[in-house]
Design a protein around this ligand. Structure first.
Ligand SMILES: CC(C)(COP(=O)(O)OP(=O)(O)OC[C@H]1O[C@@H](n2cnc3c(N)ncnc32)[C@H](O)[C@@H]1OP(=O)(O)O)[C@@H](O)C(=O)NCCC(=O)NCCS
Length: 461
């Protein structure tokens, strides 16, 4: 049974606009967006008129050399990341969305469909609206034959993320936005075809992931999408785990919490940046995926499992705290990072880590690898603090996700970032739609050479 329609479903709540009118329970997402966009255009105009010339403070030379940490540079409405508290999706924390978003019949984790609605509108959808979104995505799920062939032709040794990026790039063949642009669409209308492309993009990702999984790991005969099932259930089916209800529930949580982490992270920012050139959502999101595939970003969830496995090989399965501590030190002394720990913004344990830990405590408390993850959690922060370099010694989302996937039998570590990529499409797509609706301009910040910086400040204190 879906959860009964919550009161909050019709309470308008906006993270960025003070005036909102309520969505009726049967309205489609596109209809709702059509109502919200004109109001938001006015809202942004008013913000710029009142605050447009105000400053966030100085920019330091260190920020230019230091990966732009903390530099206020982007508008991103779907979520905001607080260093101490962690992520809020349109002002809702992870426990909030676990309580408020509709769930599947018999399930207790939020459906990512609801999260997408929330990211776009700032509102909690009704169960009917979420169900309609599941059906809409299922109806768009098929991928073109040539994309299937493209994946099949990739050598199984090509990393799944590279195959993923190739396939998503190729979807641009059927982009509604690219076609409309070529036909001379007016700026004011951009968001409509971008919305359609984003819906297609999200809908087709499970089929792409399933095909890559088949290509790399030799799973035979992909089952078809079931139009009566939700997104995560269909994704699990395409990976061969459709009958495993625990895994399906995990995917619902996984996709929801990995969807968005404000706009400055590499995958989100890259998607927004490429989209600002009016590259269509497929090209923009393929660029996001290439960023997510880096070991300091999304690939860290693969790296964590690789690291844990190597540790087990070296010090055994039931190692003492002392042995684990020594292993962590050996990683640092080898000039490597401890994957799954640290963060560019967070300064506390990532609430996405905690949500996964709670899932594990509920569903797999005796799992050996989960216990090891818990043991590592007790030891790594102390070591990182003692080493004295990392600004945040606490675990991030990637420290936990691989262990949960492994528990249910998805133990192909190289595939993990593909699941992260599917999730990240939700956040990137929501912002791409708003960027085109609000007429966001081409991104073009100013760069400087070291020589110019030296000249600029010579003789000045
Ligand atoms: C996420 C990450 C890239 C953030 O980088 P950052 O903002 O530059 O982090 P900091 O400012 O704390 O880095 C300061 C120093 O501590 C080091 N550090 C940070 N996290 C570390 C970790 N987990 N293990 C070892 N060293 C770490 C950095 O490499 C840096 O070293 P340097 O001065 O020799 O270059 C970094 O914490 C990291 O590499 N973590 C491991 C990979 C990971 O889990 N990525 C997923 C993030 S969600």
């Amino acid at each position: 049974m879906f959860r009964p329609a919550l009161k909050q479903a019709r309470v308008t709540r906006s993270a960025f606009s003070s005036v909102r009118f309520a969505s009726t329970g049967s309205q489609s997402l596109k209809e709702r967006m059509q109502q919200l966009i004109p109001k938001e255009i006015e809202n942004v105009k008013a913000i710029r008129a009142e605050h447009g010339k105000k400053s966030f403070g100085p920019v330091t030379v260190d920020q230019l050399y230091g990966g732009m940490r903390g530099l206020p540079a982007l508008i991103w409405d779907g979520s905001v990341l607080d260093p101490e508290e962690g992520i809020r999706f349109r002002n809702y924390t992870i426990p909030d969305i676990q309580r408020l978003l509709p769930t599947a019949p018999g399930g207790s984790e939020p459906l990512p469909e609801g999260l997408f609605w929330l990211l776009l509108t700032g509102e909690v959808p009704t169960p009917e609206q979420v169900k309609a979104l599941s059906a809409d995505w299922a109806s768009r799920a098929e991928i073109p034959g040539f994309v299937q062939e493209l994946i099949d032709r990739c050598p199984p040794t090509l990393h799944p993320m590279s195959q993923f990026s190739l396939a998503v790039t190729a979807l641009n063949h059927d982009s509604a936005f690219a076609k409309a642009y070529a036909n001379g669409i007016s700026k004011k209308e951009y968001w409509g075809p971008v919305f359609e492309d984003c819906m297609d993009l999200i809908a087709k990702l499970p089929a792409i992931a399933g095909r890559i999984y088949q290509n790399v790991y030799g799973q035979k005969n992909l089952p078809p999408i079931d139009p009566t099932k939700d997104y995560s259930a269909n994704l699990a089916t395409l990976l061969g785990f459709g009958d495993n209800e625990g895994f399906v529930e995990l995917l619902r949580l996984y996709v929801t919490i990995h969807s968005d982490h404000e706009g400055g992270n590499v995958s989100a920012h890259t998607g927004k940046l490429v989209g600002s050139a009016l590259s269509d959502p497929f090209l923009s999101f393929a660029a996001s995926l290439n960023g997510l595939a880096g070991p300091l970003h999304g690939l860290a969830n693969q790296e964590v499992l690789v690291w844990l496995t190597k540790m087990q090989e070296k010090i055994g399965e039931d190692a003492t705290d002392e042995a684990v501590k020594e292993y962590v030190w050996s990683t640092l002394k080898g000039g490597q990072v401890v994957p799954g720990y640290g963060h560019a913004v967070l300064r506390k344990t990532d609430p996405r880590y905690m949500a996964q830990r709670e899932f594990a405590l509920k569903h797999l408390p005796e799992d050996k690898l989960f216990k090891l993850v818990g043991q590592v959690y007790e030891i790594v922060p102390g070591v990182l603090l003692e080493a004295g370099k990392a600004k945040n010694p606490w675990p991030n989302v990637d420290a936990h996700s691989g262990v949960l996937l492994t528990h249910y039998g998805l133990n192909q570590m190289q595939f993990y970032t593909v699941l992260f990529g599917i999730s990240r499409a939700f956040g990137v797509a929501a912002q791409l739609i708003w960027d085109r609706a609000l007429g966001a301009p081409l991104e073009r910040p100013k760069s400087y050479s070291s020589e110019i910086i030296k000249k600029m400040f010579t003789g000045k204190n």
